[in-house]
Design a protein around this ligand. Sequence first.
Ligand code: ADP
Ligand code: MG
Length: 210
Amino acid sequence: MDTDLARAWVLAIGVAVGRNKDRLTRLDSAIGDADHGTNLDRGFTAAATAVSDPGLDTVGAVLTKTGTTLVSTIGGASGPLYGSAFRALGRVLDTPLADPLAFTGALSVALASIQKLGTAATGDKTMIDAYAPAVAAFEEQARRRTEFAAAAAAAADAAEEGMRATSPLRARKGRASYLGARSIGHQDPGATSTALMFRALADAAANPGT
Ligand code: ADP
Ligand code: MG
């Protein structure tokens, strides 16, 4: 990942979140408070503006700016969680160019920071159920020296599989956990937005300069 791809990724997430805003909110209305789509749309619209600053000249600068913008613009649980993840990526990737192994290391730190803040484990029906398999898939590809775009595509596939697997789970963290067994049968909104983020990364990496 270079600085242009970091910027393109954030913009691509903004486009994906904008297109899926109503779907994310519908998922959150089933097991939450119907604000996940508007929360993320507000956050990534602000982040898209923030990262257009040409003074951000490393991958880390772009991703840290994204994280601080998400924290300051999203009111719900997802703001601090995604914000801390992007800030962790930014902290680790203090470089103009990160290879797949360096990006893997950063993703692991980002996942750890979401888990430190939210204390959710895999199977709790949260964004972790998409994020953790995505990180594992990216790492597996990076260790095989797969190129960045293909590793990102594998991560997106794993995130989408993890997202779909949240439906039969009973929520143990966040607002959905208040519903107990009634949370079963609904796909988690945060796992869904995490899958959008990894798909946006795969698409941006596959189409540099667009
Ligand atoms: P809120 O729940 O405050 O309304 P959002 O609707 O924006 O915030 O985000 C809800 C999503 O946040 C959930 O679908 C879930 O994936 C994620 N989430 C909530 N609590 C946690 C947690 N403790 N750890 C990880 N993810 C969480
Ligand atoms: Mg909500």
